[in-house]
Write a protein that binds this ligand. Structure first.
Ligand code: PEP
Length: 258
């Protein structure tokens, strides 16, 4: 919706090693490219596991006009050094335009705090990467009416300290935890309401023009059957797709969004 270029990003999660990622990428990128080339108002970003980034990058290099972009699912914030098992912003930047940060699975299973997500966000921006910063309430918080207070605190803490220029460059993904991988998507009206609140809260920190510039995506059980409802909502600028992103349905989702 609006003049903001929509984003459909696929979070492959811990699926597809280098070989499988490469063959799936060869299958979907030509089809994605055909949609994107005819619709400059849409972008598509593939986010395979970090070990498969190079193999998907190779496929993208062989199809340089596709317009499809590559993103990582996570990274550390330090430049380099003794951080066993981590990948650095500069390493991600060699292959990717984008990095997903603060996904609820990172927050839940790997104890990532808003403070850590904030450090990663600032590092991504410093390296010229586009961060997709994930926010969202869990089911207890949703049931007890705490969604807005939870989201507000996540915005204030995860997105603190951006410069004016950086403040207009980030992407936020609103992903209610109760909707992730459950087959129980939010309604477009419900998600749109929270996304409107996110933009309003963001405007109170970084001003109206930054808030109007940023893309805010919805994520949580999006498929080709429901993406259309989200995309017509004026506040929703695209989707972060989990389960459906490792199927042919992802191409259909991008096609419907274009
Ligand atoms: C996600 O992991 O970001 C996500 C939205 O997953 P799913 O689409 O499977 O609910």
């Amino acid at each position: 919706a609006t003049s903001r270029t929509a984003i459909i990003a696929g979070n492959w999660k811990m699926n597809m090693g280098p070989q499988q990622a490469s063959s799936f990428a060869r299958e979907i990128i030509p089809a994605l490219g055909r949609v994107i080339q005819h619709n400059p108002s849409i972008m598509s970003i593939l986010c395979p596991p970090s070990i498969s980034l190079a193999s998907v990058h190779e496929v993208l290099e062989a199809m340089p006009t596709s317009g499809v972009e590559l993103g990582a699912q996570n990274m550390y914030y330090e430049d380099k050094g003794a951080f066993t098992g981590e990948i650095a912003p500069g390493m991600v930047k060699e292959l990717c335009t984008t990095v997903i940060l603060g996904h609820s699975e990172r927050r839940m299973y790997f104890c990532e705090s808003d403070e850590l997500v904030n450090k990663k966000t600032l590092a991504a921006l410093a390296y010229g990467l586009r961060p997709i910063v994930c926010l969202g309430e869990n089911s207890e918080q949703y049931d007890s009416g705490e969604t807005q207070s939870v989201i507000k605190a996540q915005i204030q803490q995860s997105l603190a300290g951006l410069s004016d220029e950086q403040a207009s460059q980030i992407v936020i993904a609103y992903e209610p935890i109760w909707a992730i991988g459950t087959g129980k998507a939010a309604t477009a009206v419900g998600a749109g309401h929270v996304i409107h609140f996110i933009r309003h809260t963001y405007a109170s920190i970084y001003g109206e023009s930054a808030a109007q510039a940023i893309r805010i995506l919805y994520g949580g059980s999006v498929t080709s059957a429901n993406i259309g409802e989200f995309m017509v909502h004026p506040d929703i600028d695209g989707g972060l797709i989990g389960g459906a992103s490792i199927k042919d349905d992802f191409v259909e989702i991008v096609r419907i969004s274009a």
